[in-house]
Design a protein around this ligand. Structure first.
Ligand code: NAD
Ligand code: FE2
Length: 387
């Protein structure tokens, strides 16, 4: 029986200026006509114009699609798929945060599969691969450039679908930290804690394996050493570069292990209260860690020791407590609000939403990878504790 499988893009470029290699990578993938799926924030950015000129010089026709929203929907994917077909594209260059990258991934497979998108929800449900896709993140968070995952809201059912299939893995990733330098402080904080959550959940998951463990630990260590600096001094290039690499590692780790309870709870929470993905994870991470560590004391203890907030002499229990405290302190330092502040303080509306949020969390499959698999009633209690 296979013990572990590790999927990744065929090529990963990192470093400042690596965006200039986009045309060369697309050429190597035999692209003749690329649809550039770009975050609306960068629609008129100079670097996108430069990339388009490079594509022209390489004989690759190109068109732009930027009609997408943060935490994107099936409508965004349908509009992009129509555009992909209209212009006769054969490849995709995705530029943006996780939202643009996920829309681009789904445009790819929607162009080669007739099924409605809702059929792809869950694990390994996509029949045909999409066209070659090169992914270039502009946030240091989701790691979507190196994951076989897309998260898309089904607007009919009001569900944030987690779609996991190796056919969603980009052919190439270009991780140019210079594109992340414009992130404002709250975005830096939220996507940074999302990346940290990927590292921690990949490491404590029931699906953790010897290939993902070192990548996850490196992600966690690098974020511990750099997130505060990237937040406090947005122009700090070394911290930005480190965070971009850590987010990439977080993606590589969780996509070959899994995410767990934080992500399971954060998707419905984000959908109901319109919280961006990074924020909905950030507000849950300390509470869910406190609940989960008794199920895997040695693993959470190792995380605490990896970032030197506990030593070999400390018991696993005290290392786990130290980790939970550090996560609380990190949120405080990065000015991450409490859940009640994000949800407008309306506790009645919050309580009314709990049963569906708990059911949707369990339905996603992610909580089942957690060291402690909660019942729906426990998920509702955890939401209350985080409130
Ligand atoms: N595919 C995966 O593996 C995976 C993993 C985790 C999360 N996700 C999904 O990714 C989405 C979130 O992605 P995200 O957290 O990267 O944010 P995002 O892509 O939603 O972007 C958030 C906001 O930041 C702006 N932005 C992006 N880059 C910027 C920059 N450099 N400077 C200034 N503004 C910038 C965007 O325009 C947007 O308004 C969610 O839908 C989430 O569910 C996907
Ligand atoms: Fe995430």
């Amino acid at each position: 029986m296979t013990a572990a499988r590790f999927d990744s893009p065929q090529t990963i470029l990192t470093g400042g200026g690596s965006r200039k290699e986009a045309a060369a990578l697309l050429s190597a993938l035999h692209a003749h006509h690329s649809l550039i799926v770009v975050d609306p924030y960068f629609l008129t950015a100079d670097f996108v114009t430069e990339i388009r000129s490079n594509l022209d010089r390489n004989g690759i026709a190109n068109d732009v699609f930027g009609d997408l929203q943060p935490d994107p929907t099936d409508e965004n994917v349908r509009a992009g798929t129509n555009r992909f077909r209209e212009v006769g594209a054969d490849s995709i260059l995705a530029i943006g945060g996780g939202s643009a990258l996920d829309v681009a991934k789904m445009i790819g497979v929607a162009s080669t599969n007739a099924e409605p998108l809702s059929r792809f929800q869950g694990y390994h449900r996509i029949p045909n691969p999409g066209p070659p896709l090169v992914a270039m993140p502009t946030t240091a968070g989701t790691g979507s450039e190196a994951t076989k995952v897309a998260v898309i809201t089904d607007t009919d059912r009001n569900v944030k679908m987690m779609i996991l299939d190796a056919k969603l893995m980009p052919a190439a990733a270009i991780v140019d930290y210079e594109l992340t330098m414009s992130m404002p402080k709250p975005l830096t904080a939220h996507v940074g804690v999302d990346a940290l959550t990927h590292g921690i959940e990949a490491y404590v998951s029931r699906k953790a394996n010897p290939l993902t463990d070192p990548v996850a630990l490196s992600c966690i260590r690098t974020i511990h050493a750099n997130l505060r600096m990237a937040w406090a001094d947005p122009g700090h290039a070394p911290a930005r570069e480190a965070m971009s690499v850590a987010a990439l590692q977080g993606g590589l780790a969780f996509t070959n292990s899994s995410v767990c309870l934080v992500h399971g709870m954060s998707r419905p929470l984000g959908l109901v209260f319109r919280l961006p993905h990074g924020l909905s994870n950030s507000v849950l991470l300390p509470t869910v860690t406190r609940f989960s560590w008794p199920g895997s004391k040695s693993r959470y203890g190792e995380v605490a020791r990896a970032i030197d907030i506990a030593s070999a002499k400390d018991s696993d229990e005290s290392a786990c407590e130290a980790l939970s405290d550090w996560l609380d302190q990190l949120n405080t330092d990065l000015r991450v609000p409490r859940l009640r502040e994000c949800c407008g303080g309306d506790v009645k509306q919050f309580r009314a939403a709990l049963p569906k949020m708990a059911a949707d969390a369990l339905e996603s499959g992610s909580p089942q990878n957690n060291p402690i698999v909660p019942a729906a009633s426990q998920i509702m209690e955890l939401f209350e504790v985080a409130w």
